[in-house]
Each structure stands twice: as C-alpha cells, then as structure tokens.
Design a protein. Structure first.
Length: 56
C-alpha cells in the first residue's frame, strides 16, 4: 500500500493533488487521528468527481 497512488474505485483513475474526490468510509472509532491522508487511503473508497457526476 505504501507508495501507491489512491485511485477512483469506479474508473481506476489516479487521484492527483488538488483533485475533487468523494470518500466513502465508516466514521472512525479512534480519536486523535493525525495522519489523515494515510487514514483515508487505508479506510476509504475514493470516487472521482467525474464518476460522481455521471452517477447522478
């Protein structure tokens, strides 16, 4: 997982810096999360803006 770029779970497009994404995930039980990007990559599923708009 380390070194891998996050990808859209629908179209597999690589998520780049400053891209607008939606993240589907469960609300964390733990408190004090400091490494938010790593947590999102490990626990979330990303959907790029284009795929989200296409689903509407």
């Amino acid at each position: 997982m380390f070194g891998e770029q996050p990808k859209c779970s629908l179209c597999e497009k690589i998520i780049r810096d400053e891209d607008v994404v939606l993240v589907k995930m469960r609300w964390p039980k733990r408190k004090g999360m400091t490494e938010i990007k790593r947590y999102l990559i490990n626990e979330g599923k990303f959907i790029c803006e284009d795929c989200f708009k296409a689903r509407d």
